[in-house]
Ligand binder design. Structure first.
Ligand code: SF4
Length: 236
């Protein structure tokens, strides 16, 4: 099915191989536009807890709440032994949405990792998604940003931009977008995708009124040619 001409022409009239070639050009161009001397990658446990806090929050809120939480509970043992109500209070005081559930998930995750995984965050998607509050996006964020592995977390920027660029059909779920991206993009480039698309989504390909005229990807982009619209793109 994948090899048939036009079977993936949901935007440009192109074969799968042509789409693959275009995807590689797009990622390489994004890497030039948003170069990084080194990829941000840090402690897996911190990344995981931060990801739980970040769901449906602004970056500033996540930063503030994570800092306050880790100041009070600097280690996994501290968080595993914390009272859920105390963790919830810190989240609430720092403006975190869904603080009740997130407080429960944070303490539960810490206990499970300590007891079941000997204090080490598991490093596979299959194990990560078994943890409370951890879906596919967070699991991939932990793999990419916590461990430095090749993974493509599909957040709201990656979802929107991939669809505007015709790398995934406009109405599919973020999980499907991930499937398209991992098939289109060679594995050694996966880790750049989230970094670069987040930067691009903040700078140029913004949710409302993307600046297509000044975008270096416009010749490669079906949205800029009117072949896909935001109305067709379902929210992530
Ligand atoms: S041309 Fe427009 S829609 Fe396409 S990637 Fe650039 S800003 Fe986004």
């Amino acid at each position: 099915m994948m090899a048939a001409k036009n079977s993936h022409s949901f935007t440009f009239n192109e074969s799968w191989d042509e789409k693959r070639e275009r995807a590689i050009r797009i990622v390489k161009k994004l890497m030039e536009m948003y170069p990084r001397k080194r990829l941000l990658h840090g402690d897996p446990f911190f990344t995981l807890i931060r990801c739980i806090i970040s769901q449906r929050n602004k970056d500033e809120t996540t930063d503030k709440a994570s800092e306050a939480l880790f100041r009070k509970y600097p280690t996994i043992q501290d968080l595993a032994n914390a009272r859920v109500e105390d963790v919830q209070r810190i989240l609430k005081e720092n403006g975190v949405g869904l603080w009740k559930n997130k407080g429960i998930w944070i303490v539960e995750c810490s206990r499970i990792i300590l007891e079941k995984y000997d204090g080490k965050v598991p490093d596979t998607l299959e194990e990560l998604v078994k943890l409370p509050g951890i879906g596919r996006k967070c699991a991939n964020i932990v793999l990419a940003y916590g461990f430095g592995y090749q993974a493509i977390p599909v957040d709201t920027h990656v979802n929107r931009i991939s669809k505007r660029l015709g790398l995934a059909p406009p109405k599919v779920s973020p999980e499907k977008v991930e499937e398209y991206l991992v098939r289109l993009i060679p594995k050694e480039l996966w880790i750049y995708v989230n970094h670069a698309m987040v930067d691009h989504g903040k700078a140029i390909c913004r949710p409302i009124s993307p600046k297509c005229n000044e975008c270096p990807l416009k010749t490669l982009c079906p949205y800029a040619k009117g072949l896909v619209s935001d109305e067709e793109i379902r929210k992530a």
